[in-house]
Write a protein that binds this ligand. Sequence first.
Ligand SMILES: [Zn+2]
Length: 53
Amino acid sequence: MIGGEPLIDLLLAETHTCYLGDCEHRHDWGFGCGECPACRLRAEGFAKWQAAS
Ligand SMILES: [Zn+2]
């Protein structure tokens, strides 16, 4: 069975960049403003990953 770790690693690696370049605000899913599309995608993906694990 595929574990959650590789998925979250991929998620964070693939969508690493905040559109606003915010690297001051730390979230469970990484750094970012939390409001731009890139951050929301990550937050959403992380929430789904958490809910599924
Ligand atoms: Zn952002």
